[in-house]
Design a protein around this ligand. Structure first.
Ligand SMILES: C[S@@+](CC[C@H](N)C(=O)[O-])C[C@H]1O[C@@H](n2cnc3c(N)ncnc32)[C@H](O)[C@@H]1O
Length: 284
C-alpha cells in the first residue's frame, strides 16, 4: 500500500467490501490510537499514514475480510462496562449475554435480602470470564466461582480477573463435575446451544466449536446443567441459563420436568426470548 491520507485509505477499504465502521476501527488500531476515537479520524482525515502503519492496517483488513471477529484482531471486547482481553481461545462475549448478567444481579438483590452474606455465585462455562467478572464487579460482596472444561479458556479468564483485580475462584472441569460437593445461591451459564447443522455456524468459524455446538438438538449441555443443578444449589437457589432464540419453550420444559419452581424467561434487547431460569425450592 502507498503512503496515503486517511480519507483515501478509508475510501479504498470500502471498495474492498470492508464496512466503514470496521475500517475506521482497524485504522485507529494501526495508528496506535483508541479504536473508538472515530472523531479523531474525522478531524485528521488529511493526515498521512507511515509505511509501517499502512502495512499494519492492510494486514488487519485482510484478517477482517476473512471473517475474523474484530474483537480478536483488537484483542479486546467491552462487556457490561468491562474491558476484557479476548482471543481465539474464547467466545467473543455478546451483548445478548448482558441480559443474563442483569437477571443474575436482580436475583442477587432479592436473595441478599433474606440470606446471610456472602452469596455464592457460580458461572459455568465462563470462557473469557465475562459473566463472572461482570457479576463480581457489580456485587463485590459475592463469592463468585467460575468453571470451564477448556484449560485455554480458563487461562484467558484468569488473565482478565487479574487485570481487573477481581477475586474469582476458578475450577476446570465438565459442568457440575468441576465443583464437587459445592453449593451456590445462584448458578448462571451461557453454554453451547447451537445445533451442528445450523447455517449460522458458517459465520462463526473463527470461534472455538466447543463454545458453540451442543449435541444433535442443541440442548445437550442445557439438559446437563438443569439436571445437575439441584445437588449444587442451596434451597431456594436459582439457575439462570442463556439459550437460542427458538429454544425457550423446550428449556422451560426441562426446568419444570426437573422439578424447578418459578420458571420464567427473559427477553434480550431485541425482544427475543434469550434466558430461562428457575428456583430450586426443595430442601436437600
Ligand atoms: C457459549 S461459550 C460462553 C462463554 C462465556 N460464558 C460468555 O458468555 O461469553 C460456552 C463455554 O462453555 C465451555 N464449555 C463447553 N462445554 C463445556 C462443558 N462440558 N463443561 C464446562 N464448560 C464447557 C466452553 O469452553 C465455552 O467457554
Amino acid at each position: 500500500m502507498n503512503t496515503l491520507a486517511i480519507r483515501h485509505v478509508l475510501l479504498d477499504a470500502q471498495r474492498t467490501g470492508l464496512e466503514r465502521l470496521d475500517a475506521q476501527m482497524l485504522l485507529l488500531l494501526a495508528l496506535g490510537r483508541n479504536p473508538n476515537d472515530r472523531a479523531w479520524l474525522l478531524a485528521h482525515d488529511d493526515s498521512l499514514l507511515t509505511p509501517d502503519q499502512a502495512t499494519r492496517y492492510a494486514q488487519t483488513c485482510e484478517r477482517r475480510l476473512r471473517g475474523e471477529p474484530l474483537a480478536y484482531i483488537a484483542g479486546h471486547k467491552e462487556f457490561f462496562g468491562l474491558d476484557l482481553q479476548v482471543d481465539a481461545r474464547v467466545l467473543v462475549p455478546r451483548p445478548d449475554t448482558e441480559t443474563l448478567v442483569q437477571w443474575a444481579l436482580d436475583t442477587l438483590e432479592v436473595t441478599a435480602a433474606g440470606t446471610s452474606r456472602p452469596l455464592r455465585v457460580l458461572d459455568l462455562g465462563t470462557g473469557s470470564g465475562a459473566i463472572a467478572l461482570a457479576i463480581q464487579r457489580s456485587q463485590p460482596a459475592t463469592d463468585t466461582w467460575a468453571t470451564d472444561a477448556s484449560a485455554d479458556a480458563l487461562a484467558v479468564a484468569r488473565t482478565n480477573a487479574m487485570a481487573l483485580g477481581l477475586p474469582i475462584t476458578f475450577r476446570e472441569g465438565r459442568w457440575w463435575n468441576a465443583v464437587p460437593g459445592e453449593r451456590f445461591h445462584l448458578a448462571v451459564s451461557n453454554p453451547p446451544y447451537i445445533e451442528p447443522d445450523d447455517p449460522h455456524l458458517q459465520r462463526l468459524t473463527h470461534e472455538p466449536p466447543s463454545a458453540l455446538v451442543a449435541g444433535p438438538d442443541g440442548l445437550t449441555d442445557l439438559r446437563d446443567l438443569v439436571l445437575g443443578a439441584p445437588s449444587h444449589l442451596h434451597p431456594e437457589g436459582w439457575l439462570l441459563v442463556e439459550h437460542g432464540h427458538d429454544q425457550a419453550g423446550r428449556v422451560r420444559a426441562l426446568f419444570r420436568q426437573a422439578g424447578f419452581a418459578n420458571v420464567s424467561t427473559r427477553n434480550d434487547i431485541a425482544g427475543i426470548e434469550r434466558c430461562t431460569g428457575g428456583q430450586w425450592l426443595e430442601k436437600p
